[in-house]
Design a protein around this ligand. Structure first.
Ligand code: BGC
Length: 803
């Protein structure tokens, strides 16, 4: 299938480094992409990698998860039940601006005479750094070093250390640390994946004041009425004489520090930044919280904040790193492995950045690295990000599931809007209300209910957290199961679900989408099984469940019936499952005559043109074969994959990881590596051409799946862990860890063997290439692996994708 060429970051500017993303010279060509890649975030607060001067810029974004503006969705033609309220994450007060003047000459990157320049995102320290040497028009050489972080430990805190040194002369230096709220006026070029533009001011000023070197501004969103307070405070460290003054207005604040700089004497300004938001607490209260955060930050000081950040990341990598070692046979092989190492770390690091402090919120499709997809939450979280989080950061996984639970009442209302019983979770949302204005690819994706339950089930199986299952989980199970039995109907001897859209958004509003039916079946079965065990074993819990849901046990019988009779389409003559009742009757898309520049199809063809063809946006049935792998025979999987894979454009970044994992399972070497590299380098090589708008969080989570489910061949869809390693010849070692209940399992795979070590916790039984393996704490079990690839290599594919 034709595709965009990868954007290869030139190696002389972006040398490969296993722990950092480095840019070795000022390189405006990739300014927009690098803003995304260099963004720093903790899942609550995120800042794009825009330089301190604020210019040049593609999108100067600072985002707070869940801080959104709402707007009425205007339809040309209204209909009953259409989503009413759009929600868009707001680009909040920009607090990272620091401007520099040397002898009144303003430092501005595009015109500055740069004698040295480097920027880097350090994935070990959690910092974004810039170091440069500027020669002014009068020949003064000025070294400027800034280090920016958004703290993982202190949720509301970001910090910038800014250091200036005039090397060869005395000079008058002015450092202006600013904060600014530009009236939101982003434009949208018609790409439906980007955010809506607002006209006029979104943030309405409430409070503003300055106190010595501190400034606090507070605003409220015009329609959604959410309050924000943002403050900055400064430490100044220098042996040069200096003075400062502060000014502020409704939308602006500035602390100007004027220094009589002496040659070679450093001037260091530490800027502490805090944001607090709330839809219930008043601006005054938020301003006090900001002040408290700033006081604590000043008390802690820069070095302590920096070392806490490093400590947090040490812990993260100890649990979450995937370490690969390549063959040292050639420099090229070594380099390619390092590229891969950098890519997987980059992806996991951004997942951490999107999830670490996402408490009481979801994970936006772009994390907090861009405004695209409006900062909204989709199924991406449950299907693409939760596998990684469940196995490495179960607390974050639980927070995300709890967040879904907090939306249950809204989902109940939404089900009523759609004339359904139970609850229907929104396809896309921030505040719990459905925000999808295009129902065929939005609300019609009822599978979101089952996706959430799938993630819940996996979370419970892996962590053993039954108390969550029996409380929040049970209520979600009752309401989602109710929705399915009401949505579907019995015809003859089977249960059908009509008028839905599966994950493949190029095929909309169909009958019996197989992904939906199979996932709904699992949802119904899990609901019945859970409720029955609560009924039998936990009478108190059962009583409160009756109270919150009015459950009647006869409903459970209905769920079991519907699950047992669920219609799973099968085309006897072709030996495959149709994706839905009509899919195979459509004409196959003319791939041959579709040039590369016409992808993604959604930007070049009317939906109706796409809908009448056999053409797939992203893995749909193939995803079902991965998530519910044990429900298909190997032969059927193969026939299905052979039929559907060539029809799949991969126009969604969510596709490659799943196609890759399944190609590994099928043993299709070439395809497997193609998808592997596509998934792994989606963001680092800008394979979709839109990294400027933000990271593809689902693809990043998917890259963990490519490693663990793809190369390590892990499967867990029935609650038992099994591994079928498929290390290529030139990947000598693969190491990773999993948390399973109270256990930490450390896995080390080599070409011909694997070692499983239980670092802590009770005995675990797993399967290695079909053989049972019992693992007890602290005693590594080493087993042989049969060769899988027969001497083939992944270098060939990587060569095509990485310059
Ligand atoms: C995909 C959806 C996904 C959304 C947000 C769309 O292009 O088709 O499956 O949820 O992007 O990532």
């Amino acid at each position: 299938m034709s595709r965009r060429e990868p954007v290869n970051l030139p190696k002389h500017v972006y040398p490969v480094d296993p722990w950092r993303i480095v840019e070795k010279q000022y390189y405006p060509r990739f300014l927009a992409q690098m803003e995304t890649m260099f963004s720093v975030s903790n899942g609550y607060l995120g800042m794009r990698g825009v330089s301190e001067e604020g210019k040049p810029v593609f999108e100067n974004g600072t985002f707070i998860n869940g801080f959104y503006e709402k707007w009425p969705i205007v339809y040309g033609e209204e209909a009953y039940g259409f989503a009413k309220t759009g929600q868009t994450i707001v680009n909040v007060t920009d607090s990272k601006i620091i401007k520099l003047y040397v002898d009144d000459e303003c430092f501005y990157l595009p015109v500055a005479n740069l004698l040295a320049f480097q920027r880097s995102l350090d994935m070990k320290t959690g910092t974004f750094e810039r170091e440069l040497l500027w020669e002014t028009a009068s020949g003064k050489q000025v070294s400027i070093k800034s280090t920016r972080l958004v703290s993982y430990k202190y949720k509301h805190l970001a910090t910038i250390a800014y250091e200036v040194k005039v090397l060869n002369a005395n000079a008058s230096v002015v450092i202006c640390s600013e904060m600014r709220n530009d009236p939101c006026n982003q434009s949208n070029d018609g790409d439906p994946r980007r955010a809506k533009g607002f006209k006029g001011q979104v943030l309405i000023p409430q409070i503003y004041y300055s106190k010595d070197r501190r400034i606090v501004l507070s605003h409220t969103t015009r329609n959604s009425k959410i309050n924000l307070a943002c403050g900055i405070e400064h430490d100044i460290e220098t042996d040069c004489p200096y003075e400062y003054n502060s000014e502020c207005a409704q939308d602006f604040g500035k602390v100007s520090i004027s220094v009589d700089a002496r040659a070679g004497v450093p001037i260091k300004v530490i800027k502490y930044i805090s944001y607090h938001t709330s839809d219930s607490d008043i601006p005054n209260e938020l301003c006090s919280r900001v002040e408290r955060t700033l006081n604590r930050a000043v008390f802690l000081g820069w070095s302590s904040i920096l070392s806490t950040q490093k400590q947090y990341l040490d812990d993260f990598w100890h649990q979450s790193d995937i370490l690969i070692e390549g063959s040292s046979d050639s420099v090229e092989a070594y380099q390619r492995t390092t590229e891969l190492q950098q890519a997987i770390r980059f992806n996991l690091f951004h997942v951490l950045q999107a999830s670490a402090r996402a408490e009481g919120t979801g994970i936006p499709a772009k994390g907090l690295s861009g405004q695209a997809y409006e900062g909204q939450y989709f199924w991406d979280t449950e299907i693409y990000l939760l596998p990684f989080l469940i196995y490495t950061a179960p607390r974050s996984a639980k927070n995300l599931l709890k967040f879904r639970y907090s939306m249950l009442d809204e989902a109940r209302k939404r089900a009523r809007d759609l004339n359904l019983k139970g609850a229907l979770f929104p396809w896309r949302t921030i505040n719990g209300e459905e925000a999808s204005a295009y129902y065929p690819a939005g609300t019609a994706q009822y599978h979101i209910n089952a996706d959430i339950i799938y993630a819940l089930k996996k979370y419970v199986e892996v962590t053993g957290d039954e108390s969550f299952l029996y409380r929040e989980g049970a209520e979600m199970l009752v309401e989602t199961a109710r929705m399915w039995v009401d949505l579907g109907f019995f015809e003859g001897d089977s249960f059908h679900i009509h008028g839905v859209t599966g994950p493949d958004e190029y095929t909309a509003v169909v009958n019996n989408n197989i992904y939906t039916n199979m996932m709904a079946r699992q949802n119904l079965q899990y609901a019945a099984q859970t409720i029955e065990s609560i009924f039998q074993d936990y009478p108190d819990r059962f009583a409160s469940l009756l109270d919150s849901t009015n459950l009647d046990m006869s409903e459970v019988e209905e769920w079991k019936q519907a699950a047992a009779k669920m219609y799973i389409p099968f085309a006897e003559e072709m030996g495959i499952n149709p994706q839905d009742d009509d899919f195979l009757n459509k004409k196959v898309w003319d791939f041959e005559n579709t040039p590369a520049h016409k992808y993604p199809l959604l930007l070049h063809y009317h939906p109706l043109v796409i809908y009448r063809h056999q053409v797939i946006k992203q893995a749909d049935l193939v995803l079902a074969m991965f998530l519910l792998g044990s429900e298909f025979s190997p032969e059927l999987k193969k026939s299905n994959f052979d039929y559907y894979d060539p029809l799949t454009t991969g126009d969604s970044s969510l596709s490659a990881s799943i196609q890759g994992v399944m190609a590994f399972e099928m043993g299709y070497l070439e395809k497997a590596w193609q998808y592997f590299y596509r998934g792994m380098f989606m963001d680092l090589n800008d394979l979709g051409g839109n990294v400027k708008d933000g990271c593809h969080m689902a693809a990043m989570g998917g890259s963990w799946m490519l490693m663990i489910y793809g190369i390590a061949g892990m499967r867990d869809d029935n609650g038992t862990l099994s591994f079928n390693p498929r290390l290529p010849q030139d990947m000598k070692n693969l190491r990773f860890s999993l948390k399973v209940g109270d256990r930490v399992l450390r896995i080390h795979m080599e070409e011909n063997s694997a070692s499983y070590l239980l670092e802590q916790g009770s005995e675990l039984v797993i399967y290695h290439q079909g053989e049972e393996v019992r693992i007890t704490a602290d005693i590594p079990v080493i087993v042989n692996s049969k060769p899988f690839w027969n001497g083939s290599s992944h270098q060939e594919e990587s060569r095509k994708l990485i310059a």
